[in-house]
Design a protein around this ligand. Structure first.
Ligand code: LMR
Length: 402
């Protein structure tokens, strides 16, 4: 029956993560999957999450189905977090928000809905892309293409290229954008650049799909949502996918959201209904456990402040690792330009290392980085930093690998 089925080549991110896990060497460094590790190399269990879970467990409530759109309190709190509590579109009831299975689930539901609403629209995704973006939207039946995003010379955004590419798009094209902490490059747009992009999106009637998986890891919870809030102000109709995997350390709980900012409350109600229909066709309704805990943390000012402080610690630790890596590399490999560590922001660093260098790092040093050369920064800590920079310095100064 399945003779014709080809073997799965493995996911480009998880495959290298699995190779790290399987490596028997004692000293090894995992810079693969975007997971936040603390200074001790552990995935944190946030104290606020633990307390909220305990309080919930003690209530011992029955476990009926959640509605297709998810928990009402979660959706309400998430809207405030993303759009700001005093956002006018919220007051006007113009935003349709559902609880989703992580950020990836939000992209899938959004993709399915968009394909129904605009069956002829195609999607443009940054080059380079998070490896899964093309697959998710193609899986929803939407053809995908790339727009220019990264300039290897400056190790930053190719803004002129990006603008030229999106200006050339036909009406109702969908543009996937990262409001903060661009994955994989860590090269973010400035607020001024966002305002220019928003003008093009509005004037050309393009559909923005904002994927925010790292809110709080760039500048702050509020500042990282700058572009989203500016889009609301500019009167755009657009999509936002968000995730609590990283900033709540809730990867396995699959807690995310999808919002569609509409032009009226009536439109938002109809869009919400169609999102419910899409969800019903895929998984019917989301699980409750993680969403309950998040909703109770976000709704309680004291717990919220504690969580905000936790996110700030994570952000600061990543920034410190970036600075230390760059400083140390300047000392031990002065001819190597490691300024990308400090120019880029958030979870990821885009190194530009080639495959031979990446393979040498894995083979000779047990330092694991995915094939795009993207480093997940929280894999570094004070204990393994020196080992890592020495390994990197060796590889980048070895001419046979260049
Ligand atoms: C990553 O980019 O490593 C993370 O977002 C995890 C994933 O699902 O790929």
């Amino acid at each position: 029956m399945f003779q014709h089925i080809k073997a799965f080549g493995g996911d480009p991110i998880f495959r290298i993560g699995a190779a790290y896990q399987a490596d028997p060497r004692d000293v090894k460094v995992n810079l693969t999957v975007g997971l936040y590790y603390d200074e001790q190399g552990r995935l944190p269990v946030l104290d606020v999450a633990r307390r909220a879970e305990q309080a919930w467990a003690e209530k011992n409530l029955p476990r009926g189905y959640l509605p297709m759109e998810g928990l009402a309190t979660y959706r309400e709190q998430v809207q405030k977090l993303i759009f700001g509590a005093d956002n006018s579109a919220l007051a006007q009831g113009r935003i349709a928000t559902i609880q989703t299975l992580g950020g990836t689930g939000a992209l899938k539901v959004g993709g399915d809905f968009l394909h129904l609403a605009y069956p002829n629209s195609e999607m443009w995704i940054s080059d380079p892309a998070w490896d899964n973006h093309h697959s998710i939207f193609q899986g929803a039946g939407i053809p995908t293409h790339s727009y220019r995003y990264y300039d290897a010379r400056t190790q930053g955004v190719d803004f002129a290229g990006l603008m030229a590419d999106i200006r050339a798009l036909p009406e109702h094209s969908i543009v996937l954008l990262h409001p903060c902490c661009h994955n994989p490059t860590g090269a973010d747009l400035t607020d001024e650049q966002w305002l220019e992009i928003i003008d093009v999106l509005r004037d050309q009637r393009l559909i923005a799909f904002m994927d925010m998986a790292y809110q709080g890891f760039g500048r702050s919870l509020d500042e990282d949502a700058f572009a989203i809030r500016a889009m609301v102000e500019a009167g755009l109709t657009f999509f936002v996918a968000s995730s609590f995997s990283k900033n709540f350390s809730y990867y396995a709980e699959r807690c995310g959201s999808l919002s569609v900012v509409c032009q009226s409350a009536d439109e938002a109600q109809r869009v919400l209904g169609q999102l419910q229909a899409v969800v019903r066709r895929i998984y019917s309704n989301p699980p409750s456990h993680g969403g309950q805990a998040i909703a109770s943390v976000l709704a309680d000012p004291e717990l919220f402040a504690e969580w905000q402080a936790e996110v700030e610690c994570m952000r600061d630790r990543i920034a410190t690792m970036r600075r230390l890596a760059h400083e140390r590399l300047q000392e031990i490999a002065p001819n190597y330009d490691s300024s990308y560590f400090v120019k880029q922001r958030g979870m990821f660093c885009y190194t530009g290392l080639n495959l031979a260098q990446l393979e040498a790092l894995r083979r000779d040093h047990a330092v694991y980085i995915i094939d795009s050369g993207r480093i997940s920064m929280p894999g570094l800590n004070q204990d393994n930093l020196e080992y890592f920079v020495q390994a990197l310095a060796q590889v980048v100064t070895d001419d046979s690998l260049a």
